[in-house]
Design a protein around this ligand. Structure first.
Ligand SMILES: C[S@@+](CC[C@H](N)C(=O)[O-])C[C@H]1O[C@@H](n2cnc3c(N)ncnc32)[C@H](O)[C@@H]1O
Length: 273
């Protein structure tokens, strides 16, 4: 389908976002948005080790001894590594999957720093198909939306297929209330980034464009597009694939979510099969 501004990659939805991006013209090349070389430290102002640890503690609170834990769209493994550290000695197994090869390589490289009491593995795989029976699955750090609503239904259905009866799913997303329009410079270790965000409220699609600048490197352009959700909307999607939603929080401090919140944490249980 092609609308006024053309169809977008990764879904049948047409979004009211201009296709032309002036930032592209200032870059020597375009890279994958999640390419590890410039992505792993990108949002480190937000992904502080303290913040990641708190999120991992929230996730680990749903695990028991011998749990198999699946990190869906694990990126470079920041939560999986922190959860593994918290669950050290518990006989749990943690498996992370992501479809980006460079991020899986980066995650695997970080496991070399761990001692042998932790069972942790990373798999290059599409989370809509990856088969890994588990007791707890989580999708955190804004990992939904890249393939639109249909892709998210496939991903959530596959999570339900992987979870054992009574298993829990934890989902974290930034909501449409984040008001994501505008442009800003921010710093990351060894890098300066000009980020432009354009949000189309009629389709709830967001385009994030970057000019990433590093000393002694040519400037690179990166772009991603994702379907964003309101918290209640996401809750309905999760229910529609067979989960019972147990808790809806605004943050890992377990504050109750309201529709004005910019972040949502959902904990859902799979009905007995
Ligand atoms: C914003 S990053 C978050 C990564 C990680 N969860 C974190 O919090 O650091 C989103 C990730 O989702 C991954 N992703 C998106 N759709 C996926 C899919 N269908 N299968 C596997 N990975 C996927 C991307 O490759 C990317 O690593």
């Amino acid at each position: 389908m092609t609308g006024k501004h053309g169809a977008i990659a990764g879904g049948a939805e047409t979004v009211g976002l201009p296709q032309h991006d002036p930032l592209r013209e200032f870059a020597a090349e375009e890279v994958d948005f999640f390419e590890a070389d410039t992505y792993c430290d990108l949002y480190s102002y937000y992904w502080t080790p303290e913040r990641t640890r708190e999120e991992a503690e929230f996730i680990a609170s749903y695990c028991t001894s011998y749990s198999v834990v699946l990190d869906i769209a694990c990126g470079f493994g920041r939560h999986a590594l922190a959860v593994a550290d918290i669950l050290r000695g518990s006989n749990c197994t943690i498996v992370g999957c992501d479809r980006n090869r460079s991020l899986i390589d980066a995650a695997r490289a970080r496991t070399r720093e761990l001692d042998e009491t932790i069972r942790l593995a990373f798999q290059l795989a599409d989370a809509t198909e990856f088969r890994q029976p588990c007791d707890v699955a989580y999708i955190v750090g804004n990992s939904l939306g890249y393939e639109g609503e249909e892709g998210d239904v496939r991903l959530l259905r596959n999570a339900a297929r992987n979870l054992r009866p009574g298993g829990r799913l934890i989902v974290q997303e930034t909501t449409t209330k984040v008001n994501p329009g505008g442009a800003a410079w921010f710093g990351a270790p060894g890098m300066l980034v000009l980020e432009e965000r354009r949000f189309d409220p009629t389709s709830s699609w967001l385009r994030v464009s970057h000019l990433r600048l590093r000393p002694q490197h040519a400037a690179v352009f990166a772009e991603t597009r994702l379907r964003m959700y309101g918290g209640t909307e996401l809750l309905d999607r999760i229910k529609a694939v067979g989960f019972t939603v147990e808790s809806v929080y605004a943050d890992v401090d377990r504050r109750q979510y309201s529709e004005a919140d910019v972040e949502v944490w959902l904990v859902a249980r799979l009905a007995e099969k």
